[in-house]
Structure formats: structure tokens, C-alpha cells
Design a protein around this ligand. Structure first.
Ligand SMILES: *Cc1c(COP(=O)(O)O)cnc(C)c1O
Length: 465
């Protein structure tokens, strides 16, 4: 019995193996050593507990190598989005532009003028790089960018209305994605929530009656992920503007997604753009960078310069500020909006929303052909019409026509197949409709076809050449 312990490979001997040496130079000696020690402990324990009765050196080495490699794989993975939800918050929201990523990579991996004024040779401001382009595109007097839209709302309220009452319609007390609840954000910013109206109806007089000497702001919230339908009414922004102007109270609007272009012509119902919202007289508008805009995560604050100036002075801004990646990528994202013709080719989110459904059908057919080329009796495919969604809390009632592939593989229940697709080297996230697996091609990218066919081959056990 003691003999078998002696057969456990010695650490020194393992460290001399070529496969281990390469990994030491790649990942460091301490890390590799800790994995080896942990695994040899397991082997010893298994012997003690009579789980194993012989030592296979090769198997031990292979397991150690597997464990080293597995630990070093990034936990953060790219996935294939087969759900058809374009701005999928769980899957990283808007897919970032490959063209822009390439364009910024050199600047990103160099020193830059992030906070340096090249004309004067002295300290500059990071926000200066993007203020002008935001002003141009939204028509705002001034602009500021922070970490995300939640931060934008927080900073705006904290600056303009702290310790005072903020008036909100009861129909707009939204929760977004579980972690952004308007009542909580208002309280977090040191303001007092003043609810007016009812869930389905809020009138101008409700706002009027709520105003007193302790009113700090009126805020309108885009209800993003739901719509109250039926017997409803809300107050026109222009009328609200009139009373807020008379009382000298800032009127704020959290637009959520924040559209720059009018999507009405693409079959979606009318929603005001950022510019239209400002034109109605809203003093400060906030929106996200990685929803419909299709850029990096950030929150954009635009509006009248007297308010934005105040917000810029708030010390909290330092804690919510954006980094150089965000500034560079937001600048180029916004620049893409200056040329409407080339916009869809630069911003994937815009392309997916505005493209002709025939293009989606073409992609679905291409994917179908590739899957059918695997040529296995086990695979069943069918081209099907689907409905995809914008997501990200935008247009909750609008479906976009789309095409997809209904997929099943013999000997795999739908549940098993979904799990296997999700568990592969590059996970594929699909939709299950009426118990059937559908890969919605609205959100399938050019580079995804071969990944999907490889995953299916792996599932049916066919070797890839
Ligand atoms: C999405 C959303 C937010 C939160 O935006 P983040 O950029 O995720 O912080 C806030 N308000 C509304 C109305 C939204 O739709």
C-alpha cells in the first residue's frame, strides 16, 4: 500500500516536463506549482480513501495540463446571439462596431491627449473631445458624459435638486433590469420623491398642484420596458415646460435608449429623438450610450448650458467619469451618425434595426445551407419566420420581422440541445419558441456561421477537419 504513494510523480520531475515548462513560462511558476500541488493532494486523498489503486503518470500529467489551461481561459467569452434581441442586456447590449474598434486600437494602446491641450501645451479636459460632436448631433447647448445612464440621472438630480422634492408621474416609476429603480435613484441622489397622478393617468394639474417652494425638479422618465395601454393619459412635454419655466424649476427627462435618428420610417412607432426632446424645451436630457445609439457603455447628459455647467462642477463627477476607451469610441460612434448613408455599415445595432428583412432571410438561408452541408440524418432544420426585438428596454411593443432556423437533433431533447449549444467552446444562445429551438438570424453576425456549424458537428460527434 505504501508503495503506491511512492509512485506518485515527484513535483520536480513534473516541472521538467516540456508541457509544464511552456506553461510556466506563459503563466508563471507559482501558479503552475499550485495547480500541481492541489492535484497531487487529490491523488493522495483518493488513494487514502481507496478511490484509486494504481498510478497512471501520463493521466496525471494530462489532468494537470488540462487544469492549468482551464484556469487560464478567460471567464469572459464571446457568445453567438441567436435570440434575435438586438440590444440584449445580458449579452453585452449593443454589439460594438468592429470598424471603430480597429480605428481606436492604435490610439488606445498609445499615450494620448486625453487631458492635454495640444495647442496650449498645458492641461486639458477629457470631456472637451466629445462635447462639440454631441452638441452638433443633438442640438444641445452643452453636454457631458458619465459612466452610464443611471449615473447620468443620479448626478443630474443630485446637482440640480438635492434635498428638494422631485416630481414624477406614478405612471413612470419604472424599474429597469432589476437594479435601476427610479424611486431608489431619486432617494440616492438626496432628493425627496414627490409622486403625482395615478398609474394610468397623470394630468397637467397634478404637476401644477404638486409644485411648492421646496420643489427641486420635474423629471419625466421614458417607461422603456413597458407600456401602459388602454385608458391612459400623460402630459405633453411642451405644457410641462411652460409650468416649469414659469416657476424656474428644471425639467429633466430620462430618455433611456436615446434615439438620434427617427426610426419611424422603419416601421417602428413614433418616439421622440434626443433633439426633438430638447426642442420641446426639456432642460436636461439623459440617455445610454450602449442601447439604441450602438456605442460604448456610458450615460450622456445634454441640455441647457447653465444646468450642465453646474453638473460639471459637482465633485461626484470625478467618481463617475469615463475612461479613454469610452471617449474615443463614443466620439467615433457619434461621428458615424454624421453620415446617414454609411451609418448602418458602421454601427451594427443601427444596421440590424434598419435593414430590409430580405437581408435577414439571406443570412438565414446561408446558415441553413451550411448546417445542411453537414449532411447528417440526425439533424433537422427548417427555415422559419420569426419576430425579433430591439430590447434594452426600447420599443417593448414593437416586433421586427425576422427569419430564423428551427433546429433539432435526434437523440437530444430540446432542453439538452439548448444546454449543449450554450455549453460549447463558443456558447450559442438560442430562443425556444413553443418548445422548439430557433436561431434567430436577426442577430447572427458574419463570423457566426462557422461557429454554429462547428458546434452542431461537435454535438453529433463528427470530427471537424
Ligand atoms: C436603460 C435605462 C436606464 C439605465 O441606463 P444604464 O445606461 O444601464 O445605466 C435608465 N433609465 C431608463 C429609462 C432606461 O431605459
Amino acid at each position: 500500500m505504501t508503495d503506491i504513494y511512492r509512485k506518485i510523480p515527484k513535483i520536480d520531475k513534473l516541472l521538467e516536463k516540456e508541457e509544464i515548462k511552456v506553461r510556466i513560462s506563459k503563466y508563471g511558476r507559482d501558479f503552475v506549482l499550485s495547480i500541481i500541488r492541489k492535484h497531487l493532494d487529490i491523488i493522495r486523498n483518493n488513494i487514502t480513501n481507496n478511490i484509486i489503486s494504481r498510478i497512471n503518470e501520463e493521466e496525471i500529467l494530462n489532468t494537470i495540463i488540462y487544469k492549468i489551461d482551464k484556469e487560464n481561459k478567460s471567464k469572459f467569452k464571446r457568445v453567438v446571439n441567436g435570440t434575435g434581441v438586438i440590444v440584449h442586456t445580458n449579452l453585452g447590449r449593443s454589439v460594438f462596431s468592429e470598424l471603430i474598434a480597429k480605428e481606436i486600437s492604435d490610439n488606445l494602446c498609445s499615450y494620448s491627449n486625453l487631458e492635454y491641450n495640444l495647442d496650449k501645451g498645458e492641461r486639458g479636459h477629457r470631456y472637451d473631445h466629445i462635447t462639440d460632436i454631441i452638441k452638433e448631433i443633438t442640438g444641445a447647448e452643452d453636454a457631458l458624459v458619465v459612466n452610464n445612464n443611471a449615473a447620468a440621472v443620479l448626478l443630474t438630480l443630485k446637482t440640480l435638486a438635492s434635498t428638494k422634492e422631485v416630481i414624477v408621474s406614478r405612471g413612470e416609476l419604472v424599474e429597469i433590469g432589476g437594479s435601476f429603480r427610479i424611486p431608489a435613484v431619486i432617494e440616492e441622489s438626496g432628493c425627496i420623491l414627490k409622486e403625482v397622478g395615478t398609474t394610468n393617468k397623470t394630468h397637467l394639474k397634478d404637476y401644477k398642484n404638486a409644485i411648492n417652494e421646496n420643489t427641486g425638479a420635474i423629471i419625466k422618465i421614458h417607461t422603456s420596458n413597458y407600456k401602459i395601454v388602454g385608458f391612459t393619459d400623460d402630459v405633453d412635454t411642451k405644457k410641462l415646460k411652460k409650468i416649469s419655466y414659469e416657476k424656474n424649476i428644471p425639467l429633466i427627462e430620462d430618455l433611456g435608449s436615446g434615439m438620434i435618428i427617427d426610426l419611424n420610417k422603419y416601421g417602428l412607432h413614433k418616439e421622440p429623438t434626443v433633439k426633438e426632446t430638447l426642442d420641446k424645451g426639456v432642460d436636461v436630457v439623459t440617455f445610454s450610450g450602449d442601447k439604441l445609439l450602438g456605442g460604448p457603455q456610458c450615460g450622456v447628459i445634454v441640455g441647457r448650458s447653465k444646468y450642465i455647467k453646474e453638473i460639471k462642477k459637482n465633485q461626484l463627477l470625478r467618481a463617475l467619469r469615463v475612461d479613454k476607451f469610452t471617449i474615443m469610441s463614443l466620439e467615433l460612434t457619434l461621428k458615424a451618425y454624421q453620415n446617414f448613408e454609411s451609418l448602418p455599415s458602421k454601427i451594427p445595432t443601427v444596421r440590424m434595426i434598419t435593414e430590409d428583412n430580405e437581408d435577414v432571410k439571406w443570412r438565414a438561408n446561408k446558415l441553413l445551407e451550411k448546417i445542411n452541408n453537414i449532411n447528417s440524418d440526425l439533424i433537422n432544420t427548417e427555415l422559419c419566420k420569426t419576430n425579433s426585438m430591439i430590447g434594452g428596454g426600447a420599443y417593448p411593443l414593437d416586433n421586427l420581422e425576422s427569419w430564423g432556423i428551427k433546429l433539432s437533433i435526434e437523440e437530444n431533447s430540446e432542453k439538452d440541445l439548448e444546454k449543449k449549444l450554450r455549453g460549447g467552446e463558443i456558447p450559442i444562445i438560442v430562443r425556444i419558441v413553443d418548445g422548439k429551438i430557433i436561431i434567430d438570424c436577426k442577430t447572427i453576425l458574419n463570423k457566426d456561421y462557422d461557429i454554429i456549424t462547428k458546434a452542431i458537428k461537435d454535438i453529433i460527434g463528427e470530427k471537424n477537419d
